[in-house]
Design a protein around this ligand. Structure first.
Ligand code: SAM
Ligand code: SF4
Ligand code: SF4
Length: 358
């Protein structure tokens, strides 16, 4: 395991311990020192009303599901339809899952994923007490979702992705599990100014949904690289009023604000470019190939073929490929280039030798 992964795991462990404590105390941890915060508030209903949830929504979920942990209302932008499959990243006590379950109805299905076992137990108890048959909660990390490829219509999430030390992975995973044309409807905290290093390193501020936030251009770039289109990120300036209370006196409202993040997973038919491999510069060694694990759509595979001079070939599944271009960026031999769809490539561009060439 690399140092980077170790650090990411340390961050996740700190965040997990924080939310385990929140779950045990039923939503009041005061991790960032504030009276209210994304890690818990004694007055969850009032907090959620401020975030845009209606009185009917608040009354419609099992007692204890709303722990006041959000920073917006993803339901308001998700436009959920009956029969849809919805995935909630970092589902906490299940609040947004239960609201989504009512919108998608008995033909629909809602999956909540959370990495904190104490939260998961709470959410499962809430599902039983509320009699929800179309909701399930799975233990897992949003960087490695326990969800099948292309199986979800809509991903929602409320104040969670900022907590991840590996946000690009989260967006790649989101793209993997969404069906082509599937949508992302997220409320999260974004950075509106450069967060000072002493704040970035303050674990209480990381767990409090403040210090780990990325800027809007960073989020846009990660979404684009993961294969999303129609990206719309809207910062809610007014949110700085209540965010100030998450860590009074620290001036955090100068650095972060709540935002809605919307995007659509590119459908293969919408791609305008496709990857083309110049076999002269490719060693076709599946053990070293950097592009197979990097493809967010899992559209690249090694195919064993005794007819080939070196016993196999690297193949693209263009039905799955959305033209994101990541393979061309990471191919160590620069053997892959992106070409306009429909163009016949007579001679692939010259490329330097691949580092994995035998
Ligand atoms: C601020 S709370 C939000 C909970 C819920 N979305 C809500 O609005 O009530 C963050 C939740 O995300 C979970 N979480 C944080 N990082 C995660 C990760 N990397 N993978 C899975 N869950 C994560 C935490 O365990 C916690 O339950
Ligand atoms: S040249 Fe590129 S495609 Fe070929 S094996 Fe190396 S990384 Fe894979
Ligand atoms: S362009 Fe490359 S990395 Fe992107 S989806 Fe297609 S094959 Fe995968």
């Amino acid at each position: 395991m690399s140092m980077e992964n170790l650090k990411a795991d340390d961050v996740r462990q700190g965040v997990r311990e924080n939310y385990a404590a929140v779950a045990r105390k039923n939503g009041a941890c005061g991790c960032s020192g504030g009276a209210t915060s994304c890690c818990g508030t004694p007055n969850a209903e009032e907090t959620s009303r401020q975030l845009g949830y209606s009185a009917e929504e608040l009354a419609a979920v099992p007692d204890g599901a709303n722990m006041g942990l959000g920073c917006g209302n993803p339901q308001a932008i998700a436009a959920l339809q009956p029969g849809e499959t919805v995935l909630d990243l970092g589902s906490g006590g299940g609040f947004d899952c239960f609201l989504a379950a009512q919108r998608v109805g008995p033909q629909g299905h809602v999956i909540g994923v959370d990495m904190t076992p104490e939260m998961l137990s709470k959410a499962r108890q809430n599902a039983v007490s509320g009699g929800y048959a179309n909701v399930e909660f799975r233990l897992g990390e949003i960087e490695a979702l326990p969800v099948a490829d292309a199986s979800v219509d809509v991903i929602i999430s409320n104040c969670v992705i900022n907590l991840s030390p590996e946000k690009a992975r989260v967006f790649r995973e989101a793209a993997r599990v969404l069906k082509p044309g599937g949508r992302l409807a997220v409320s999260d905290v974004v950075a509106i100014a450069k967060i000072p290093p002493e704040m970035r390193e303050d674990m209480a501020l990381v767990s409090g949904c403040i210090a780990g936030a990325s800027t809007v251009p960073e989020v846009e770039a990660m979404l684009q690289a993961a294969g999303f289109t129609n990206i719309a990120i809207r910062v809610n300036e007014a949110s700085r009023e209540y965010i100030r209370e998450w860590a009074p006196g620290r001036g955090i409202e100068e650095y972060v604000a709540s935002a809605t993040i919307e995007a659509v997973k590119l459908a293969p038919a919408e791609r305008s470019v496709k990857p083309v491999l110049d076999t002269r510069h490719c060693s076709v060694d599946p053990n070293f190939c950097t592009v197979i694990p990097a493809c967010p759509q899992q559209a690249i595979e090694y195919v064993k073929d005794d007819e080939e001079p070196i016993g196999g070939r690297i193949a693209f599944d263009l039905e799955k490929c959305d033209g994101c271009g990541i393979c061309a960026t990471v191919c160590c031999g620069s053997a892959i280039s992106m070409q306009p769809v429909g163009r016949v490539v007579e001679k692939a561009p010259a490329a330097p030798s691949c580092c994995c060439q035998r």
